[in-house]
Design a protein around this ligand. Sequence first.
Ligand code: BGC
Length: 577
Amino acid sequence: MLRRNIRAWSWRGIALGVACATPLAAAAAQRDAQGHAWWRHAVFYEVYPRSFGDANNDGLGDLSGITQHLDYLRDLGVDAIWITPCYPSPQVDFGYDVSDYENIAPEYGSLADFDRLQAEAKKRGIRIIFDFVVNHTSDKHPWFLESQASRTNAKRDWYVWRDGKGPTQPPNNWTSIFGGSAWQYDRATQQYYYHAFYPEQPDLNWRNPAVETAMLDVTRWWYTRGVSGFRLDAVNTLFEDPGLRDNPTVPGRNAYGDQNQVRKYDDNLPENHRVLRELRKVTDAHDAVLIGETWTDDVQQLKAYYGANHDEVHMPMDLMFTGLGRVPGGHQRLDAPTFRRHVAAMEASGEWPVYVVSNHDIPRVATRFADGRHDDAIAKAIGAFYLTLRGTPVMYYGEELGMQNNDPQRKEDVRDPIGIKGWPTEKGRDGERTPMQWTAAPDAGFNTGAKPWLPVPPSARTHNAQTEGQDSSSVLSLYKAVLKLRHENPAVREGGYVPLNEGDPNVMSYLRRYRDAAVLVVINMSGEDRTATFDLSAQGLRGAAGRPIIQSAASGDLSSVKLGPYGIFIADVKTAP
Ligand code: BGC
């Protein structure tokens, strides 16, 4: 059983966004019968292209490998896939260092492969979302090479160059999110450039209008080619304090040995919001969607990313959700009161939630919550929970299989530079990026050629799409059933959220209600047997009876639902005629 600390993967600042009043951008959007844009009821699924499917058997996933598995995604109930960066890149940060925004990395294929993927996805009703690395480029991007060439180069001001405070002294105390000073000295031009992440990822200067024009044009280019939106990478770090004031420091050191700082002057600056509104205008003109990598401290901060006039990010991801239920030691546990409070706060915000349970930067959810005894039941309970809440979910590949982390055991096996730098406190992100587990065959059917770039864990023999597809009690079967319900049941699709039994410390229960349709969701968030009783007369459902639609380790009727450890009971509720 893998147990590890949860990475403190967040670079939150304390500055809040300023709410500005601009008119709603004109949208040529397709609307459903309820007047909602297409993404409102879509299920999004993150694909890490290096690890999803390897069509050319070179050990690295590729776009054709995604195309090969589209039927699986359709059958699972996925409407849109967000592909993490697949642009040409030196791959220092596995694609988050882009050297050409308008092409495909040769190791992942070609633009023709992209067109094929998109055409095949479209046939199956699946849209493609790209990852837009807005904050920085690669140091090998031609823009940066020009910028670095001389102090007088026309692109010098496309990046953030400053003089040092003195010989060998960077301009200020800011540290990189990936460790060390955030300033890199350039010997040839004798200035420092700023990088919020690796030195190989210089920050673009978004105060320069030419940068904004060039970047907005990139989005137009891909919209014209057919992508349906972007996940915006690291949106809180677009701007830095023009006065370059030192960040306040706080006691303690991080995994890289740097003194801890409050990211007051290099994170979450109000200027971010103006850029988001510009990106939004272009996006709305293409009936596309923006998903935000929005690390926030609270719901109010998250709310700011929707925009005061709903004119910024359509889907700012609720990444706070990934950290709920932490216990000392870094593990997490399902805790009904904590989750209930958080959902209530999201509901009270009046925004459309975007729940996420894991991604390529944080350990897999099935590992974070595992107790070693009920791992599959816990994986199912988490899926049944967040996929029946109001909002649009963003899944992470393999989550539907209960895939767990496969962390490197030795420093020499680590591929992610933050793991190499921070070992052993920070083991890097390899563990959550291992190949998708397709079959019980060697290397989980990822390919039939070269060894995959990261090793497949032994648990792939039981936790894979083929084996689980044949088992009606598997994590995969539960996910499929819940996603089907999301798409087909009006209460789960459109309904409001009504919390029930709010004093119950162990069982999370709620109704989803839309017009005369109601679905009851009951999830035992504990490792013990529990019973929940319901009297729905206060909800206007006098004499209600429930027809179970999905149940796992649960039985009974509304007057007494018996749940085994992490049991799930989802029922259609009807009042007596
Ligand atoms: C991405 C990471 C990446 C970082 C720098 C993050 O938000 O999700 O994987 O390392 O941005 O681009």
